[in-house]
Each structure stands twice: as structure tokens, then as C-alpha cells.
Design a protein around this ligand. Structure first.
Ligand code: KIV
Length: 264
């Protein structure tokens, strides 16, 4: 597959073609996802939960993210690699620049940060210095303690408007991508239509430009709790490689996510 860049994703959005994103944390899964045609690999701080066994992403360090971003980069030849700046590593714009630099040097092509309007200056500084940013809005797991749990966001008209305003502001300040987690599908559709940059959804319905899932979730690996927006692709595939390919196909033909995976 040709190397995926931000331009590739913008063109897919303009052409109304969906794209796929999965998390990966090491070289072999990165390679298998390349073979399946996954456009974006997210080195997510979800590794704190699925690899390290914590009950949130808060304990993940920048060193952890650098280690896993390097490993994913080693196995990757075609996907756009996006890496998370973990909790408290971008509390100030200076911290963000220092830590984003480390992730870019480890092999990330885009860095992802969680939060709304307060990130406008940080995103502008990073973008000006050559660091493309994905703004993660909606359910932002690093602020689980403020939100009182992993809950659907943007349910009231007021909360929905805040998300729309935040997305527009962060895009105006240079965000290259938006990731929208656990919001009603009508809000996600509205936001994706208004945004000029590609919008990736998880638990946000079928109308965003791209879809992302945590790899362990879509391979049916969990410790009991399975979020509503997850589908186990391995259950109906012969092996892991086919599960990745079937996910890409389902995202592209619009059969994933189905209505049952979204929120009203
Ligand atoms: O860290 C992660 O895996 C994420 C996804 C849930 C989008 O941010």
C-alpha cells in the first residue's frame, strides 16, 4: 500500500470514502495491520489498560509511549502513525512541545491530545513547529475522574454546542484531525459535516470520516466488560489477519459501525 499521509485522509474525506484506524502497540501487529490496509495506526495510551492492566490510562508515561511508538514504527511501512501524549504530559505548551518532539522522533506522524478550547494555543504552537495534532473530544479518558466515569458526552443541546464550538476552534488553531469518542451519532454527523479536517469516531456512529477501535477489543480480548461500540471481528474471521481485513472492509462499506454500536 502507498504511504498514508494527512493528505490521503483529506482526499478520502473529500471523496466521501471511509478510512480505518486501529490501535497497535508493537511491530508485529503494526505489520499485520499494514497488510490489511489499515490507514491509521494509533499508539494509544489505552496501552495502560490493555497491556499494563491499569483501570485507567492515567499511569502511562511518556517513556512508555516512546517505547511503543518506536516498536510500532519498526513494523510499519504504510500507515500514518498517531501517538497519544499521555496524562499530564501536555499540561503546558512547553511540556507539550518537548514531549511531542520525543514521540515524533520515535516515529509518530501525528500526536493526539485530549481536551477542548484550552488546547487552542498548544495546538497552534505544535502545528507551527511541524507537529500535526489530532484533537480528541467527547469522552476523554484522561479526564475520567472529572467526568465521573466513562460516560457518553454531548447529550444535551448545550453540551453538544460546546463540542461543536471546541472542534471549530481547535481546527482554526491548526488541528489536522479530530477524534470523537462516545457522543450521540447525530452530533457526530453534524460535527463531521462541519469540520474541514477528517473526523475519526469511536462510539460516535457511522457518519464520521474514519473509525477507530482498540485492537484488543475488536479481537475479543477483554477482562469481562465490553463497551457497546465494540464488535468482535475475530469471532467471524479465520485468524487475526482476516479479522483486521474484515474490519477495514466493514468500515469502508459502511456496515461497521451498525446502529447497535452507537448512541442516540
Ligand atoms: O488510547 C486509545 O486507544 C484511544 C482510543 C480509545 C481512541 O484514544
Amino acid at each position: 500500500m502507498k504511504k498514508v499521509t494527512l493528505n490521503t485522509l483529506s482526499k478520502l474525506k473529500a471523496d466521501g470514502e471511509k478510512f480505518s484506524c486501529l490501535t497497535a502497540y508493537d511491530a508485529i501487529f503494526s505489520h499485520l495491520q499494514n497488510c490489511a490496509g489499515v490507514e491509521v495506526i494509533l499508539v494509544g495510551d489505552s496501552l495502560g489498560m490493555v497491556l499494563q492492566g491499569h483501570d485507567s490510562t492515567l499511569p502511562v508515561s511518556v517513556d512508555d509511549m516512546v517505547y511503543h511508538t518506536k516498536a510500532v514504527s519498526q513494523g510499519n511501512s504504510s500507515a500514518l502513525i498517531m501517538a497519544d501524549l499521555p496524562f499530564m504530559s501536555y499540561a503546558t505548551p512547553e511540556q507539550a512541545m518537548h514531549n511531542a518532539g520525543r514521540l515524533m522522533q520515535a516515529g509518530a506522524h501525528v500526536i493526539k491530545i485530549e481536551g477542548g478550547a484550552w488546547l487552542a494555543d498548544t495546538i497552534r504552537l505544535l502545528a507551527e513547529r511541524g507537529v500535526p495534532v489530532c484533537a480528541h473530544l467527547g469522552l476523554t479518558p484522561q479526564t475520567v475522574n472529572v467526568m465521573g466515569g466513562f460516560k457518553v458526552q454531548g447529550k444535551t443541546p448545550e453540551a453538544a454546542q460546546v463540542l461543536l464550538d471546541d472542534a471549530a476552534l481547535l481546527e482554526a488553531n491548526g488541528a489536522s484531525l479530530i477524534l470523537l469518542e462516545c457522543v450521540p451519532r447525530s452530533l457526530a454527523k453534524n460535527l463531521a459535516e462541519k469540520a474541514h479536517v477528517p473526523v475519526i469516531g469511536i462510539g460516535a456512529g457511522a457518519d464520521t470520516d474514519g473509525q477507530v477501535l482498540v485492537m484488543h477489543d475488536m479481537l475479543g480480548m477483554n477482562t469481562g466488560y465490553v463497551p457497546r461500540f465494540v464488535k468482535n471481528f475475530l469471532a467471524e474471521s479465520d485468524d487475526i489477519q482476516s479479522a483486521f481485513s474484515n474490519y477495514v472492509k466493514a468500515v469502508k462499506d459502511g456496515t461497521f459501525p451498525a446502529d447497535e454500536h452507537g448512541f442516540d
